[in-house]
Design a protein around this ligand. Structure first.
Ligand code: PMP
Length: 395
């Protein structure tokens, strides 16, 4: 068989490959970004399903519009106001099959081969993979513990000018680092990008999962030119398997996205969209989010306290105010991917940091997830990891 150039360039995502290894029950996995399954509201979902079938059974299994189920888009507009300080109406919202689809569609409407896409350094691996299909040039914008460094961004923009066609950022509890941009950084960022016309994707699947600190306004809420495209998702606040997420953008972008989505999958699942919408009507999604925050906040603190206790000196990690991940930095001479087999031998898993940098390098980091493992396994896993790191650092 002869395959296209695109197919020939496909590589399995390193996260997927790792997840395969880590599904054995004995493995304490800090690798994936999985929500805690014990919090999925399954009893409520059973009632939701019965209600959907009774009230809108035929429509729920029928084709629907590409834009998405209107009552859900109306609720999303309300959530955008309440949680993200954004005024928008349902016409500016498209429901997507996960934010992952949003990323993929956006790349396809904005990027030609060799166009420049700006990303944080490091950035979300799933976005790198989605963008790569369009074969762009990735330019990594340096970051510090407050997110993108404005002066570095200005320099890059001066250098690449019109070649920049898209920028992608995760200002809230970033994947992989857990870092959140403070409001001053956001203002400085908006001041810079307001001088340009390229679109900026603000990807925010974790924004509602804040455990401490004050809420920071979203970039979209500061957007005066309509260049910010906001991605939100039900994956982390509800259930990822439904694949229901959303995009908020100006009407011109929405028009292109709807046309492309028609070609890709016609629409997101009629039934799953109703599951999210009916759940919000029948139960208390905000109360559910509070339960998630309680549990993950405890796990975050426990993981960071355990690292303090069991990790040797010379290793640093972020203390995220929300989200699902902390980012560990080893001394520069160490390589997290090389150490990985020794860690797996102890039945512990993390994601090596290298793949989060589209242009390579930076092997001395790894990402840890704290939402998915129960408390006793977090302590045990970090202890085992600490043992391996203590041996490796002493070499
Ligand atoms: N963006 C980021 C930053 C993520 O971490 C994830 C999921 N891990 C996604 C997008 C994709 O989420 P969804 O389930 O909505 O496709």
């Amino acid at each position: 068989m002869k395959y296209s150039d695109l197919a020939m360039g496909l590589k399995a995502s390193e996260i997927r490959e790792l997840l395969k290894l880590t599904t054995m029950p004995e493995v304490i996995s800090f690798a994936g970004g999985l929500p805690a399954p014990e919090l999925f509201p399954l009893e409520e979902l059973t009632k939701v399903d019965v209600e959907i079938l009774a009230k809108e059974g035929q429509q729920a299994v029928q084709y629907g519009t590409t834009e998405g189920y209107l009552p859900l888009r109306e609720k999303i507009a309300g959530r955008m106001k309440k949680a993200f300080q954004v005024d928008c109406n349902p016409d500016e919202i498209v429901v997507t099959s996960g934010s992952q689809q949003g990323l993929s569609l956006l790349a396809q409407i904005f990027l030609n081969k060799d166009d420049v896409v700006l990303v944080e350094s490091p950035t979300y691996l799933g976005a790198i993979n989605a963008f790569k299909l369009c074969d762009p040039k990735f330019v990594e914008v340096p970051t510090d513990d407050k997110g993108i460094i404005p002066e570095a961004l200005e320099k890059i923009l001066a250098e690449y000018g019109d070649r920049v066609r898209l920028m992608y950022v995760i200002p809230e509890f970033q994947n992989p680092t857990g870092i959140t941009w403070p409001v001053e950084r956001r203002r400085a960022f908006m001041d810079i990008i307001n001088h340009y016309d390229f679109p900026v994707i603000e990807d925010d699947p974790y924004g509602e999962l804040r455990y401490d600190g004050d809420v920071v306004p979203s970039l979209k809420s500061m957007d005066e030119k309509g260049n910010i495209i906001f991605l939100g998702s039900f994956s982390k606040i509800f259930m990822p398997g439904l694949r229901v997420a959303w995009m908020v953008a100006n009407p011109e972008v929405i028009d292109k996205i709807v046309k492309l989505k028609q070609a890709v999958d016609l629409q997101s699942s009629s039934f799953a969209q109703r599951q999210a919408s009916f759940f919000i009507d029948m139960f208390d999604l905000d109360g559910h989010v509070e339960k998630i925050k309680d549990l993950y906040g405890k796990r975050r603190t426990l993981m960071c306290d355990s690292m303090k206790k069991f990790f040797p000196e010379g290793i640093t990690f972020t203390y995220p105010e929300g989200g699902l991940f902390t980012w560990v930095t080893l001394p520069e001479y160490m390589d997290a991917k090389e150490i990985m087999p020794k860690v797996l031998e102890k039945n512990v898993a993390y994601v090596p940091g290298g793949p989060f940098y589209p242009n390579g390098g930076n092997a001395n980091h790894f990402r840890l997830n704290y939402s998915n493992m129960p408390e006793e396994r977090i302590v045990e896993g970090i202890k085992r990891l600490g043992d391996v790191l203590t041996q490796e650092i002493a070499k």
